[in-house]
Design a protein around this ligand. Structure first.
Ligand SMILES: CCCCCCCCCCCCCCCC(=O)OC[C@@H](O)COP(=O)(O)O
Length: 267
C-alpha cells in the first residue's frame, strides 16, 4: 500500500461522473483494441522490415495507446500514478521485469512506461475479441505449456525486448501483501540466463481487484506508486551448483521475501 492517505469515497450523486468516466474508459479500451487491431497495428506489423523491427513498431504503438489510456484513467479520477526513479527501467534490455499485481490496470500502466516490452498473457485474453488482435500483433506470449513458453521467452529476450511477468500469476487477494509466487518467473530467468528487475506497485486503497467484478468501478482514486527495486542477477543462482529446479525454488523464495519486505514498509 502507498503511504499517501486514501482519498475520499464517492457516494450518491458524486459517484455519477466517476461511473460515466469509468464506463467510457471500458468503451474506449474495447473499441481501441478492436479498431487498432484491424487498422494501424496490422499495417505496422506487415510493413517491410526485419521481424525485430516490425514487432518493435507494434509494441511502440501499444505503448503510446496505453499512455493515452492511462491519461484517460487519470482524467476520470480512477487512478493516479506516481513513481520514483525510472532510469533503471528505461535502461533495461532483455531483462525479466516482475511486478506485484494489485489491480486490473497494472499491465497497462507498466507498458505505458516501457516502449519495448513483451508480456506473458493469460489464455482468456487470447479468446477475448477486443484484446486478441492487439496481443498477437504485439508478439505477447500466451501462457501455455512450459517448453513452448520457455522457447517463446528466449526469442523475446534475445531480441532485446523486456518481458513482464507477474509472479503471483493473478491479482493479489485483498488484504495480502502478495499471493504465493509461482516459480515460472525464476525458472525463465535462470534458464534464459537473464537478469531480473523487480518493480513494486504500491496502492493506497482497494480497487479493480480480483475479488470485485470488473464493472465495479473504484469509488476512491487508486493512488499507485511505482518503485524500481534492486536488480537480481541470474548469476547469483548458479544452476551448475544446485541444478535449475533447486535454484529456481530458491530464487522464488528470495523474490517473494523481497516483495513482502518492500511492501511492508507501506502497509
Ligand atoms: C487508447 C485505448 C487503447 C486501448 C487498447 C486496448 C488494447 C487491448 C490490449 C490488451 C493487452 C492486455 C491487457 C490485459 C489487461 C488484463 O486483463 O490484465 C489483467 C490480468 O492480468 C488479471 O488477471 P486475473 O487477476 O487472473 O484476472
Amino acid at each position: 500500500m502507498s503511504n499517501q492517505p486514501a482519498p475520499a469515497r464517492l457516494t450518491g450523486i458524486a459517484y455519477l461522473p466517476r461511473w460515466l468516466g469509468g464506463t467510457l474508459c471500458y468503451v474506449v479500451f474495447g473499441l481501441g483494441g478492436l479498431i487498432s487491431s484491424l487498422t494501424i497495428l496490422p499495417i505496422l506489423r506487415f510493413w517491410p522490415g526485419t521481424t525485430t523491427q516490425r514487432i518493435a513498431r507494434v509494441q511502440y504503438a501499444v505503448h503510446i495507446m496505453f499512455k493515452g489510456f492511462v491519461r484517460m484513467l487519470t482524467w476520470t479520477g480512477l487512478i493516479k500514478v506516481t513513481h520514483g526513479d525510472l532510469q533503471p527501467l528505461k535502461d533495461a534490455q532483455g531483462v525479466i521485469v516482475t511486478s506485484n499485481h494489485p489491480t486490473l490496470v497494472d499491465v497497462v500502466v507498466l507498458i505505458s512506461l516501457m516502449p519495448n516490452t513483451s508480456c506473458i498473457v493469460k489464455q482468456g485474453i487470447w479468446r477475448n475479441p477486443f484484446m486478441r488482435g492487439v496481443v498477437s500483433s504485439a508478439g505477447y506470449i500466451p501462457n501455455r505449456g512450459a517448453d513452448l513458453l520457455l522457447a517463446d521467452c528466449k526469442e523475446v529476450l534475445n531480441r532485446g525486448n523486456n518481458l513482464i511477468i507477474f509472479p503471483e500469476g493473478t491479482r493479489t487477494v485483498i488484504g495480502k501483501r502478495v499471493n504465493d509466487f509461482a516459480r515460472g518467473a525464476a525458472n525463465i530467468t535462470i534458464r534464459t540466463q537473464s537478469d531480473l528487475l523487480p518493480l513494486l506497485l504500491k496502492t493506497n486503497c482497494v480497487g479493480f481487484s480480483k475479488q470485485e467484478s470488473w464493472y465495479q468501478l473504484p469509488r476512491r482514486t487508486i493512488g499507485m506508486h511505482i518503485e524500481v527495486g534492486e536488480k537480481l542477477p541470474y548469476l547469483r543462482y548458479d544452476a551448475t551448483a544446485g541444478g535449475d529446479a533447486k535454484m529456481a525454488r530458491k530464487m522464488t523464495r528470495d523474490l517473494e521475501e523481497y516483495y513482502k519486505q518492500q511492501l511492508d514498509k507501506y502497509l
